[in-house]
Design a protein around this ligand. Structure first.
Ligand code: HEC
Ligand code: HEC
Length: 558
């Protein structure tokens, strides 16, 4: 063999060793999986409408990967085993009996039997995991590693228990697209952090708990969890514990109101290392009805479709595929803060987001389940047309199921708490515009709020962008707005329309005696930063009590 060839072989051999070494020294890289619940329904999907609702319910948006494991995805079996161990104080013999669904329910995740608005012409899905926890196995053959990964999905926040004629929640039936007034990601992430801190130092116990809960786990996953994922997880947990004493450098939510803004800041690298943000704003999750009638999304209207006049009025004929593609480009970006994917990965989700807009086109919330006084509807509709439509949109004349006919995309200042708008600084909007999504989103920092469509209003409490008012009746009677109230696991008051409560002399609105919330509530203290319940008052001034009553009846129909 001449020297030249020997050198070549030597080089090849060396390269192979480097490659093998690279594969083993970074074994947590480059693997991904697909949501098992989506895979199970996938082959039945015939139309974009079907694909849209299925992806909305179960789609993983390419977020079950080794990369997102380092951001916001979870090694599902380890995490649930740790939560289960905490629930039984580390008693391994009891772990097998732990009701994981009940644990997730505490944080506002639903585990229903069925979806109330699943299409009739599509086979009903089997709901295996808490709704909005998308779970799938991700692995690769060389080296042979793999793990079950979970990540959050749209329906964690955008689905609601259905309500009966008394405003009581029905946990077995869930409506996709209505806001989850109970989702409490702060309770979830802090409980998770505590559990990981408590049990990740005892690999034998934790892996034994995995075995009790998931006896079918194969050697490949066992090996990966014990040797790669658990050590890395422990390192992360210890590091965060030492640095900030918690998992996230910001508060993740109240209940029914989440913190996408700080989550985005975190993803953009705008939170200084080792600090926890002092002031956070939580955004009340909206109903998805009528949202395609917008040229810009978010309560500040910050994300506009590029290249159009986003203050123009939208009519039914404007909601064409081109417009929906524009909105899909914005919606796909939501996966960056909520699921921890990169903008490059989020771009590949524009197509699934487009399917979702196909479903949203026909979406309707659960019809109001309580009593409506039909004799007041005509007057209520008239008041709406005269006092509300110019900002919130015009509906047709139906007094049974009014439908939007035009939406003005109004934005301005109605005196509500200004902090949320202020916190979305030009630093953040510039970073979005400078990213790859700059071609899909024209981000603006503004000091105003956009008037939202009012579809699904009856089940959207608490009200305003910051969720600071518990019922529509309080909203219409500003002097009665409470200082404090609980959100999460609540039942509804279908007369005042909103969260049921009892008024107290100190100005708070407390959970009715005898009612036990089904999830962990959070306190809305309207004296706290960003939670002021003022504003939108003069819009109701000049209305008599009777007029307000009639308007309230009409709003129940939307
Ligand atoms: C962690 C909870 C959470 C998750 C997960 C989530 N959303 Fe949202 N979504 C919200 C909140 C809160 C808002 C209101 C934010 C605001 O106005 O600033 C919102 C706003 C929206 C809006 C805009 C409404 C409007 O008119 O401005 C759409 C559309 C939407 N979400 C769809 C989705 C889709 C589709 C997914 C899945 C890819 C998703 N969301 C995932 C909480 C969530
Ligand atoms: C001048 C424009 C304007 C008019 C007129 C107006 N609103 Fe609003 N409305 C807004 C804006 C802007 C917001 C968002 C405020 C916020 O969240 O901070 C809003 C928010 C709301 C909300 C809260 C929605 C939610 O999901 O939290 C309700 C309910 C509402 N308006 C009802 C009405 C009714 C009923 C009328 C007629 C009596 C009316 N509005 C008139 C601009 C207006």
């Amino acid at each position: 063999m001449n020297l030249q060839i020997r050198k070549k072989y030597l080089f090849l051999g060396f390269s192979l060793i480097v490659l093998a070494f690279a594969a083993f020294s970074f074994p947590l890289d480059r693997f991904s999986g697909t949501s098992v619940e989506y895979t199970a329904v996938k082959e039945n999907l015939r139309t974009d409408h079907h694909r849209g609702i299925a992806y909305f319910a179960f789609g993983d948006f390419s977020s079950l990967t080794s990369d997102t494991l380092r951001v916001s995805a979870s090694p599902w079996k380890l995490v649930t085993a740790a939560l289960a161990l905490s629930a039984v104080d580390g008693d391994l013999d009891l772990v097998g009996e732990v009701d994981l669904k009940a644990i997730f329910r505490r944080f506002g995740f639903h585990s229903p039997e069925s979806f109330g608005n699943w299409p009739e012409d599509l086979e009903a899905p089997e709901i295996q995991y808490p709704v909005g926890q998308n779970v799938g196995f991700a692995g690769r053959m060389f080296p042979p590693i793999g793990a079950t990964i979970g990540n959050i999905g749209c329906a964690a926040c955008h689905s609601s228990v259905m309500y009966d004629a008394n405003g009581m929640p029905n946990l077995n039936h869930v409506w996709l697209g209505m806001p989850n007034g109970s989702i409490n990601l702060e309770a979830y992430t802090s409980t998770l952090f505590g559990a990981m801190r408590d049990w990740s130092g005892d690999p034998d116990l934790l892996m034994a708990a995995v075995d009790r809960l998931y006896p079918e786990t194969g050697w490949r996953e066992n090996f990966t969890l014990r040797n790669f994922i658990l050590p890395e997880l422990k390192k992360t947990v210890d590091q965060r514990d030492a640095e900030i004493g918690r998992l996230l450098p910001f508060r993740a939510s109240l209940a029914g109101a989440t913190n996408g803004l700080d989550s985005l800041k975190n993803r953009l690298g705008l939170i200084p290392k080792g600090t926890v943000l002092e002031h956070s704003i939580f955004n009340s999750v909206p109903d998805l009805g009528g949202r395609l009638w917008r040229y810009k999304l978010l309560n500040t209207g910050t994300y506009a479709i590029p290249g159009i006049d986003h203050t123009a009025t939208v009519k039914a004929e404007d909601i064409n595929p081109r417009h929906r593609r524009g909105l899909a480009g914005i919606i796909a970006y939501f996966t960056v803060p909520s699921m921890g994917v990169t903008p490059e990965v989020a771009e590949t989700s524009i197509e699934p987001a487009f399917w979702i807009t196909d479903w949203m086109k026909d979406y309707k919330p659960q019809p109001f389940p309580g009593l409506i006084d039909p004799s007041l509807l005509a007057e209520g509709g008239e008041i709406y047309r005269n006092k509300c439509a110019e900002c919130h949109g015009t509906y047709n004349d139906s007094l049974e199921t009014p439908a939007l006919t035009s939406f003005p995309n109004w934005e301005g200042n109605v005196g509500t708490d200004p902090q949320r708008a202020r916190l979305l600084t030009s630093e953040i909007s510039s970073a979005v515009n400078a990213s790859l999504f700059g071609k899909y989103i024209s981000a603006r920092s503004v000091d105003t709020y956009a008037a939202p469509p009012l579809i699904g209003l009856w089940a959207s409490a608490p009200y305003f962008h910051n969720g600071s008012v518990p019922t529509l009746w309080h909203m219409m009677n500003p002097e009665t707005r409470p200082t404090r109230f609980n959100v999460g696991g609540h039942r509804l008051d279908l007369e005042k329309v909103g969260i049921a409560g009892d008024p107290q002399p100190d100005g708070s609105w407390t959970t009715p005696d005898g009612y036990t919330p089904w999830s962990e509530p959070a306190l809305v203290d309207t004296t706290a930063f960003g939670l002021d319940s003022k504003g939108h008052e003069k819009e109701f001034s000049g209305l008599s009590d009777d007029a307000k009553r009639a308007l309230l009846e009409y709003l129940k129909l939307l």
